[in-house]
Design a protein around this ligand. Structure first.
Ligand code: OOB
Length: 540
């Protein structure tokens, strides 16, 4: 199959990043073999496999395991450039399959365990994937059937990791990693999205490894780092900020955890002497709440990274005293730009900001609604460009997401302190951030209007003490108007991730409009906030 490779960076820009030393010839195909050479018998990975069996691997063992899986994938005819949707939980198989795919030059397309038929089909179609790698079940959910359903609608080979080893081809030695160009496409990551269907983010080896390398340095990773992964491993945050890739290129140990709850994570921290982990704010709050009642020894924990959504300063201030470790705030996006608070930042910066960019070459613009720079310290739209921020989604550069100078319009409203630290003040994009899980309003709206008695629907965020935000579907309906359980069952039945199923429904007679007659989401958000607080008032 011939496919045009996506445009990654303009050639003059690439030349500049190469000349500055940001980009090197290193690739994700070569990363693990190189680490095996450097760190050999050091412990690389601890976790369970698809059958729940405990596994511990040194760097050499992990590299050999990846090589074996690579051999099996090659024997199935999977190879360079081929796109492979990967949907696995935080099990050892995820890491071996991931590095096997890199080794053979295949292009992983990262799905989250929560994704369902609608999302998977979309990823398969947009990425032109030919293979889906999954597991039989995650928790109570039957992923084998899900994969079969996807395969019945779009021709795709399904590999279930539970069905015997992918590798071990008799008589095959496998060979080394393929040679791939450092500036070529390495994988496709998912965008949180603001449009009807999520867009795919093309990342190259060179740009991604630059962000991983710098992140690892900023976070001081080394052979004594023991990093616990409890967020979904395929998400950009635990993958590369500095995450699994940062740890495995620094000689540390990755500890895979299946659940982020204190009940499950605290004993793992004690047993594995974990030094660092990453959480989204609701989970961090749960940990803060649970700590006083737990006797687990968390004394090994040095750093708790919190990101993915705004971490309130009040909770941030409790991390040190309650958990006995240092907080690091992380404000990043799968499209590129990642900001960290630094170890030597004063407490008020660590608790009150979302960090500053990784690179001196990260260009930041903060603009008003008309595109003019705001005064220093004033909030505005964050646009960014730099050595690891994409210049376009898979399928092209759209003017809504990128400006004429190639800056990515993040959709975030931020303010910049004189120190360069950013404070996230809000969001201009039509997206709901449900405790770090991103929901494109339009995607859910498209599902809602398929309901026979829904005339029109708008999805807005409502403030929530625990998750930060939840979703509210505001619906204009024909009689009889659907109830909340109806709406939820309907959206779920369309085969979407559970976190996208509306938390609330409000039935309205009309939508507020702007001067030109478009629905005013801003007014609607305000009206819903009023309705919700009136409702809560009545309950009290
Ligand atoms: C991370 O990546 P995505 O792609 O799931 O989401 C990006 C969006 C940002 O544009 C922003 O709206 C929000 O998530 N966000 C934050 C935040 N971190 C992300 N909003 C407020 N405070 C924060 N600390 O979420 C992501 C990627 C890499 C590292 C960390 C997070």
């Amino acid at each position: 199959m011939t496919r045009r490779p996506p445009t990654l960076f303009p050639s003059d820009v690439a030349r500049r990043y190469r000349a500055a030393g940001y980009w090197t010839e290193d690739t994700l195909a070569g990363m693990l073999p190189e680490s095996a050479r450097r760190f050999g018998d050091a412990e690389a990975l601890v976790g369970v496999d698809h059958a729940g069996r405990p596994v511990r691997m040194t760097y050499i063992e992990l590299d050999n395991a990846a090589a074996t899986v690579a051999c099996g994938l090659r024997a199935r005819g999977i190879g360079r450039g081929q796109r492979v949707v990967l949907q696995l939980p935080n099990i050892v198989d995820y890491v071996t399959v991931l590095f096997a795919l890199f080794r053979i030059g295949a292009i992983p397309v990262f799905a989250l365990p929560a994704h369902r038929r609608s999302e998977l089909l979309h990823f398969v179609r947009v990425s032109e994937a030919t293979v889906l790698i999954t597991t039989a079940r995650i928790g109570a959910f039957d992923h084998r059937s899900l994969a079969a359903e996807v395969a019945s609608e779009s021709p795709i080979e399904v590999i279930v990791v539970d069905d015997g080893p992918i590798g071990h081809v008799p008589g095959e030695t496998g060979g080394g990693p393929v040679e791939v160009a450092a500036e070529s496409l390495a994988f496709l990551q998912l965008s949180g999205g603001t449009t009807g269907v999520p867009k795919l983010i093309p990342r190259s080896h060179a740009d991604y490894l630059y962000s991983v390398r710098e992140s690892a340095a900023i976070c001081g990773l080394g052979p004594d780092t023991r990093y616990l992964v409890v967020l979904p491993a395929a998400h950009n945050f635990p993958m590369s900020s500095p995450g699994i890739l940062g740890v495995l290129s620094s000689g540390g140990t990755v500890v895979l955890g299946l659940e982020p709850t204190p009940y499950s994570a605290f004993p793992l921290i004690e047993r594995e002497r974990v030094t660092m982990t990453s959480l989204v704010p609701p989970m961090a709050m749960l940990w803060l709440q649970a700590r006083p009642d737990s006797s687990a020894d968390l004394s090994s924990l040095r750093v708790l990274q919190v990101g993915g959504a705004k971490f309130p300063a009040e909770a941030a201030g409790r991390v040190g005293p309650v958990l006995g470790c240092r907080l690091q705030q992380v404000f990043g996006m799968a499209e590129g730009l990642v900001n960290y608070t630094r170890d030597d930042d004063p407490d008020e910066i660590v608790c009150g900001t979302q960090g500053r960019p990784i690179s001196p070459a990260d260009e930041i613009r903060i603009l008003d609604d008309d595109g003019a720079p705001v005064a220093d310290g004033e909030p505005g739209h964050l646009h960014t460009r730099g050595p690891y921020t994409i210049r376009g989604y898979l399928g092209g550069v759209d003017a809504e997401s990128f400006d004429v100078d190639g800056f990515y319009r993040t959709g975030d409203i931020v303010r910049r302190l004189p120190s360069g630290h950013l404070v996230v003040e809000g969001r201009a994009k039509d997206q709901i951030n449900r405790g770090g899980e991103k929901i494109a309003a339009e995607e859910v709206e498209n599902h809602l209007i398929a309901h026979p008695s829904v005339v029109d629907a708008v999805v807005v965020p409502v403030a929530d003490r625990f998750l930060g935000e939840r979703t509210c579907a505001v619906i204009l309906a024909d009689a009889p108007a659907p109830s909340l359980p109806d709406v939820r069952a309907f959206v779920r039945g369309r085969g979407v991730a559970d976190y996208k199923v509306p938390d609330r429904v409000e039935i309205v007679e009309e939508f507020p409009t702007t001067g030109v007659g478009k629905i005013s989401r801003r007014d609607l958000r305000r009206a819903v906030a009023d309705m919700v607080s009136r409702r809560d008032e009545e309950k009290r």
